[in-house]
Design a protein around this ligand. Structure first.
Ligand SMILES: Nc1nc2c(ncn2[C@@H]2O[C@H](COP(=O)(O)OP(=O)(O)OP(=O)(O)O)[C@@H](O)[C@H]2O)c(=O)[nH]1
Ligand SMILES: [Mg+2]
Length: 422
């Protein structure tokens, strides 16, 4: 695996802890598991209040694309509505990242996200949670364009001060419609096509209520039993969306399944997971391992553990990748952090558009000379920003994070190992 500086430092800390706890089988077992997790798929815990759609979203993700190999979705069914923070954290302890399902992006539902964020290491590196407005069709009133309205709610929620400290992104997904696409059999697909041939107004009248739609009296070219099955699989919203999509030309089963994934928000959720977690999987893994190590060092103190804890704190505080991720969410939430132009450049330089040097510099297949010239220019500009008297202290500190990212590219992508771990 191509590890970043922070992942390497984490492995060093795990080795040191192994030397320290060599006579403690339970601790050694835990340390071995932390080491092994770097070679495993992303472990994604799906949490949420009862009936929030956890099982549906987990299975939709598992059935979609490459996920079986690169994501292991963990459905955390059975967390009581009044579960304490420590119970919730225990359920997420083995996870690298968390999807927190919300019916609404406010109120007591946010307690779950608050609990996930409570640990000090989690606060220093809040890079592993995405809030999902699940059952998004209900937020949008069940119309065929319901997910579009739910996306707007998600976009607004992303900018709210508390939510943006608790998670890295907010996305809307209609899980049921998303997971149904692939599962449809030929009879069900044929039935949807038949429904698509019914004049829009006539079909809409039957879709006004579940009772009407499944009634044996309904003037529809599909038998009542099949209609009931369609409703079980897709829900009223899913039937509406599928019929609309078929009318618009998605009239083969694979294209319909793909369009359902797109229009239900599942595709966006996958992209978010790719961008935030899979693109930096070793940093996400390092964070989880550091959290577990922190707990061990605190719960089972012994000679040498306090010194190791100090080093761990230094690694967490010094991890450029954590700083970059925090700045990336700060930039999306607070566009006024930098003036226009600089904001987009900052996002690019800290890896918001991709973590490779070419993507950070915005150059396609650059030559060595191009990179050098670009870096000289960028370094000069950002040193000025970092010391600009016109910007507030927060912006200047943010500029230092950008500057350090640029310096990392300049030195070949690997920041020097700090002296304290040598
Ligand atoms: N309208 C709508 N209903 C949904 C959606 N996803 C799930 N549901 C329904 O909501 C109910 C709960 O869904 P699950 O996926 O079982 O939710 P869960 O969070 O695993 O539920 P528990 O395990 O009982 O806590 C089921 O009746 C689903 O059919 C959705 O996207 N839209
Ligand atoms: Mg469930």
């Amino acid at each position: 695996m191509n590890t970043t500086a922070t992942a390497e430092l984490t492995l060093v800390l795990l080795d040191r802890a192994a030397a320290l706890y060599h006579d403690n089988p339970r601790a050694m077992d835990m340390l071995r598991r932390q080491r092994a997790r770097f070679d495993e798929p992303l472990r994604l815990a799906v949490i949420g209040s009862p009936r929030s759609g956890k099982s549906t979203v987990a299975s939709a993700l598992s059935a979609s694309g490459r996920s079986l190999r690169d994501i292991a979705a963990m459905d955390t069914d059975g967390v009581a509505p009044d579960a304490t923070s420590s119970e919730i954290r225990k359920r997420c302890a083995d996870a690298d990242a968390v999807l927190c399902l919300l019916r609404r992006p406010r109120g007591a539902e946010l307690n779950l996200l608050r609990a996930v964020n409570e640990h000090p290491v989690a606060q220093a590196a809040p890079i592993n949670a995405v809030a999902v407005l699940s059952r998004a069709d209900e937020l949008g009133g069940g119309r065929a364009d319901a997910v579009i309205s739910a996306r707007q709610i998600a976009r607004r929620a992303r900018r709210e001060p508390e939510l943006r400290t608790l998670c890295q992104d907010v996305v809307a997904v209609a899980g049921q419609a998303a997971s149904a696409g692939r599962a449809l059999d030929a009879t069900e697909f044929g039935a949807l096509r038949a429904l698509a041939s019914v004049p829009t107004e006539q079909l809409e009248a039957q879709l006004l209520s579940v009772q009407r739609f499944v009634s044996t009296q309904a003037p529809l070219p599909v038998d009542a039993g099949t209609r009931e099955r369609l409703l079980d699989r897709l829900g009223v919203f899913g039937v509406r969306l599928a019929v609309t999509l078929i009318r618009q030309g998605s009239d083969t089963q694979p294209t319909l399944a793909a369009q359902l994934a797109q229009r239900s928000g599942l595709a966006e959720l996958r992209e978010t997971i790719e961008r935030l977690f899979l693109a930096r999987i070793d940093v996400v893994k390092a964070r989880a391992a550091l959290l577990a190590l922190d707990v061990l060092l605190r719960m089972e103190p012994r000679r040498g553990s306090a010194a190791l804890l100090t080093e761990l704190d230094r690694v967490v505080a010094g991890a450029q990748e954590f700083h970059e991720l925090r700045l990336a969410s700060a930039l999306s939430a607070d566009p006024a952090l930098f003036p226009d132009g600089l904001r987009e450049e900052a996002m690019r330089l800290i890896g918001g558009n991709g973590v490779g040097p070419a993507e950070r510099l915005g150059l396609r297949e650059p030559s060595g000379a191009q990179v050098k010239a670009a870096l000289r220019d960028i370094l000069r500009r950002w040193r000025l920003v970092a010391h600009s008297p016109e910007l507030g202290a927060t912006s200047r500190r943010a500029a230092l994070v950008v500057l350090r990212s640029v310096e990392t590219i300049a030195t070949g992508g690997a920041p020097a190992t700090p002296a304290y771990v040598r």
